[in-house]
Design a protein around this ligand. Structure first.
Ligand code: PMP
Length: 348
């Protein structure tokens, strides 16, 4: 438990960025939670730490047990790092088409990577293979991120309250929240918390326009926004509790992520570009002054062999070409160490 407490200071409690931009010459703001600044560079550290903390408490995870998970990448990196820090061997099943950086990062953290081909069932196949290995291993723990309520709870208890208190310190009330759906933990957890404290707030899930799993219910087409829209609607996503789905083209998301890096020095991943454009779309719909909050889920370091570093062709209807980034401020962390977010809101 002492080791978990040490890791806690490296996970969550991230700054909230206030991105200033012009859209068709109108000045606007978007609030983005800087999740790329977590211990391993992604929002998934929050979920991994929370799930492991709960599993220790319930006895489902015992010292030295093997952690086995199916993941498209960031979750694997988080469990590998936190598993290593807490003395657990880790095995990660992932589709073989994920970026090389993701696979190598996991290996570099001492975990073993089992690649799953399309013929073996891709994402869905990975989940079954993880279950099968756990059954044959005996002393194993399966976090089951797609169906574990503790994934949603991690964001209900940390990401959501942090956003609320960071805005409250500046007397700002959020009006809408948008986030790309991978497991759906972020959109469901942050959404539920913010709705509870800000009645009337809208919560929008986001998906790639090229692969609209949420609106069709199954896998359609291909897309390049790694980390979202796997191949099915995860069990923890309850669409009836959310507002309409926002869709963003993957090429548009790539250009937006490139702009955030090149104009503002914010080295974020492709889903951050998508989330930013989702927020732009919602301001087009709800009004220029709408207080829109989103997430920058990870950094750009895992995408250095992908189209994120290549010239992307602008297509008709892209929004990123209309966005002129002009600057940003950062609302600092909620408090320095270990304070109870629910009890303290003075920002010191
Ligand atoms: N973006 C990236 C880069 C991710 O790795 C993930 C997690 N799969 C998400 C967005 C979506 O987060 P969530 O799983 O909470 O829906």
């Amino acid at each position: 438990m002492q080791r978990i407490d040490a890791i806690k200071s490296l996970v969550g409690n991230t700054p909230l960025l206030v991105i200033e931009y012009e859209y068709k010459s109108k000045k606007r703001l978007i609030y983005a939670k800087a999740e790329h600044l977590n211990m391993t560079g992604s929002i998934k550290d929050r979920m991994a730490l929370h799930i492991m903390g709960k599993a220790y408490a319930s006895g489902a995870l015992r010292p030295g047990a093997k952690i086995i998970e199916a993941t498209s990448g960031n979750t694997g990196i988080s469990f590998s790092a936190i598993g290593a820090a807490l003395g657990h061997p880790v095995t990660i099943f992932m589709p073989d088409w994920m970026s090389e950086e993701r696979k190598n990062l996991i290996r570099a953290l001492g975990a073993s990577v089992e690649l799953v081909s399309k013929d073996q069932g891709g994402f869905v196949g990975s989940i079954q293979l993880a279950e099968d290995l756990a059954t044959s291993e005996g002393n194993a723990f399966l976090p089951r991120q797609f169906s574990n309520d503790a994934n949603v709870e991690a964001h209900f208890q940390t990401t959501g309250p942090e956003i609320f208190w960071q805005l409250s310190r500046h007397f700002i009330t959020p009006q809408a929240f948008v986030a790309g759906v991978g497991t759906g933990g972020t959109v469901m957890g942050v959404g539920a918390f913010l709705k509870q404290v800000c009645p009337g707030l809208k919560v929008h899930p986001l998906e790639p326009a090229n692969s609209p799993t949420l609106t069709t219910g199954h896998k359609v087409g291909k897309h390049r926004i790694q980390g979202i829209s796997d191949e099915f609607i995860p069990p923890i996503v309850v669409l009836s509790e959310l507002d309409h789905v926002v869709s963003v083209d993957d090429g548009d998301a790539i250009i937006m992520a490139q702009k955030l890096a090149q104009r503002l020095g914010l080295g974020v991943g492709i889903s951050s570009g998508a989330n930013f454009l989702g927020a732009v779309q919602l301001q087009n719909e709800l009004g220029d002054d709408t207080v829109l909050v989103t997430i920058f889920p990870d950094d750009n370091k895992k995408y250095l062999s992908t189209d994120l570093i290549r010239q992307e062709t602008v297509q008709n209807g892209f929004l990123s070409t209309e966005v002129k980034l002009t600057g940003f401020k950062a609302i600092s962390r909620v408090c320095n160490t270990g304070c109870d977010l629910g009890l303290r809101n003075d920002g010191r």
